[in-house]
Design a protein around this ligand. Structure first.
Ligand code: HEM
Length: 210
C-alpha cells in the first residue's frame, strides 16, 4: 500500500503544483500542458505506471479492510478510538469517492466530455487552451464545489497516508511522533489548499478566461 501510495500521491503533488501555473497566466499553463503532451512514449509509460499503482493501491486497500473486518467479526459494543483518528476511520469512504472524482475529472478536463465547452480542439500550432478549459470549467459553481470537496478528501487521505507510510518505514518513536504528525498535517494541508486555491480564484473572479 505504501509503495503504490507514494507513486499515486507523488503524481498528485506534482500535478497540483504544476496546475498552480494557472496563476502565471494562459501562456505558462498552456506551454506546460503542451510540454507534457509532447512527452510521447514517456507520457504513456508514466500513465501505465500510475494506472498500475492505483490498481495495486485499491486492491491492497480492499484486502486490508476485509482482513480488519475478519479480525473482529462482531462489532464492539462501545467503540473508543485510540491510535486511530478521524482521517484513518474515513479512509475506506474517502478512497472510493476520490476514485469516482478521478473518472469524472478525466471526462471534465482531459477528454472534455463533461465540460461546458465540449471536447477540446487544438489551435493551428497544435496547442490546446488548457488554461481556458480549466477556468471555464471552474466558472460552474457545482463543478468548482466538486473540486473543493475532492481536494479536502485528498488532503485527509494524504495526511493519513503519510502518517502510516512513515510508520511502515520505521519512523515510529514516541519522541518523534509529535513531529511526524505535524509534518503529515502541514504537507497534506499545503497540497489541499493549493488545489482549493484554483477553483476559488476563478469563482472570486481573480482568474478570468483569456
Ligand atoms: C484543482 C485541482 C486540479 C486541477 C486544476 C487539475 C487539472 C487537470 C488538467 C487541466 C488535466 C488535463 C491535462 C491535459 O490534458 O493536458 C488533468 C489531468 C489529470 N488529473 Fe487533474 N487536476 C486537479 C486535481 C486532480 C486530482 C486531485 C487528481 C487525482 C486524485 C487528478 C488526477 C488527474 C489525472 C490522473 C489526469 C490525467 C493525466 C494524463 O493525461 O495522463 N487531478 N488535471
Amino acid at each position: 500500500m505504501a509503495a503504490s501510495g507514494v507513486i499515486v500521491f507523488g503524481f498528485i503533488v506534482v500535478h497540483i503544483l504544476g496546475n498552480l501555473q494557472l496563476f502565471a497566466g494562459p501562456e505558462a499553463l498552456n506551454r506546460y500542458a503542451a510540454f507534457l503532451q509532447g512527452l510521447g512514449p514517456l507520457k504513456w509509460a508514466v500513465r501505465a505506471l500510475l494506472a498500475a499503482s492505483a490498481a495495486v493501491h485499491i486492491v491492497t486497500a480492499v484486502q486490508l479492510t476485509v482482513q480488519n473486518w475478519q479480525a473482529r467479526p462482531r462489532r464492539y459494543a462501545t467503540i473508543r478510538y485510540r491510535a486511530t483518528d478521524y482521517a484513518a476511520r474515513t479512509m475506506w469512504i474517502g478512497g472510493p469517492i476520490i476514485g469516482l472524482f478521478v473518472i469524472w475529472h478525466l471526462l471534465h478536463l482531459t477528454t472534455g466530455h463533461c465540460h461546458p465547452a465540449g471536447q477540446f480542439a487544438a489551435d493551428s500550432n497544435g496547442i490546446i487552451n488548457v488554461y481556458n478549459s480549466v477556468v471555464i470549467g471552474f466558472m460552474d459553481p457545482a463543478a468548482a464545489a466538486v473540486y473543493i470537496l475532492a481536494m479536502l478528501l485528498v488532503g485527509l487521505h494524504l495526511y493519513h497516508g503519510l502518517w502510516s507510510m512513515m510508520q511502515s518505514i520505521g519512523l515510529n518513536h514516541p519522541g518523534w511522533n509529535h513531529w511526524r504528525r505535524w509534518f503529515a498535517v502541514l504537507f497534506a494541508a499545503f497540497v489541499a489548499l493549493a488545489g482549493i486555491s484554483l477553483p476559488v480564484a476563478v469563482l472570486t473572479g481573480f482568474v478570468t478566461p483569456a
